[in-house]
Design a protein around this ligand. Sequence first.
Ligand SMILES: Nc1nc2c(ncn2[C@@H]2O[C@H](COP(=O)(O)OP(=O)(O)OP(=O)(O)O)[C@@H](O)[C@H]2O)c(=O)[nH]1
Ligand SMILES: [Mg+2]
Length: 387
Amino acid sequence: MRFIDEATIKVAGGHGGPGCISFRREKFIPRGGPDGGDGGDGGDVILEATVQLATLQDFRFRREYKSENGKHGSGANKAGYDGNDITIKIPVGTIIRDADTNEIIHDFVEDGEKWVAAHGGRGGKGNAHFVSSTFQAPKFAQDGEAGGVRHLKLELKLLADAAIIGFPNAGKSTLISRISAARPKIADYEFTTLTPNLGVVTLPEFQNFVVADIPGLIEGAHAGRGLGHSFLKHIERTRAFVHLLDGTKFLEDATADGEDSFERAIEELVRRYTVIRNELGLFNEELLHKPEIVVLNKLDVLESNADLVERARQALRSRIAGIRGVHPDAHEPYVISAATGAGIEPLIYAIYAPIRDARNGESKKIVTVAGQSPRGTVLPDDVSIRK
Ligand SMILES: Nc1nc2c(ncn2[C@@H]2O[C@H](COP(=O)(O)OP(=O)(O)OP(=O)(O)O)[C@@H](O)[C@H]2O)c(=O)[nH]1
Ligand SMILES: [Mg+2]
């Protein structure tokens, strides 16, 4: 469930400043010696790895990086200032290749690691440097060296920060296509998605995260039923998951005949929610401790019945707390339409919050229900799942 993000950039070190040709001129010293200072060195282009970035998106907008040139040397043996270095931040995990030969020239593995991608040219020597016992008055100085230029290919294996999980047909692929540039197949039948899709979700101020659309999970997935099993291991490495429920499937029926059918619809949703939680827990207990965001999708279908949607949301809210052992956040379950885009923006920020916290080295404060630890619920044997 990895895909490769790539970018090609040109980096150029600053040129060295030229050395200076100058002779000392002072009153009463008729023939002062040479005193031309050296030019400053050009700045370097430095790449620095950071855990704050997750993708190479920023390089779509800017592909050329040049650091500052060194300044001229001047008289009285004054050296020119060195040009400033520039530092470009890249995500940890980025591999650097020479774009011409494709050879790997650097591999960033640690936060804060720095590497000079293009050296600045050395400043030229001023004429004061060229004095010798037989050559007292050199009338020349060196030019600054040109800065190094390189074409680099940046490669990053993307790892999903968040996974969208749920039953087949819940609208997972529709959601990822709504919030990222990913364009997976979407269709009104189960198991449309056979392998995970990844997409980059972009937020203001160059913040972003990677989301994965996981093939539908069904009961028994932990033991290999359906398709989801081989992908559950990828969820282990994400920082949060979005648990998508198809809200219409049952609630539509609930409009038909009264309170009984409403209760049944809620039960059905809760059951499906529980089935997925159990599959996660049976696969790996740790998964139950990850931040989860519960979402009711396809609510455009029930747009004309806002009361029903709100009642269902409230009913599910309290049930989620009981099953998960962790209190819902203020808006859970998020009510959205992946198809129309309604409700998507607050959801994106809710997904991003635990990812941002993890990147900053903090873990999200999970508020557990009194006396419980995060968990799934063991279902009785006779529970049947309506498809
Ligand atoms: N009305 C409505 N339909 C939706 C919405 N989101 C998804 N759908 C429809 O639901 C069906 C399934 O959507 P997908 O995105 O393929 O579902 P999935 O969860 O990826 O399904 P699998 O890949 O089979 O697990 C498609 O016909 C979508 O058009 C929504 O918000 N509103
Ligand atoms: Mg799909």
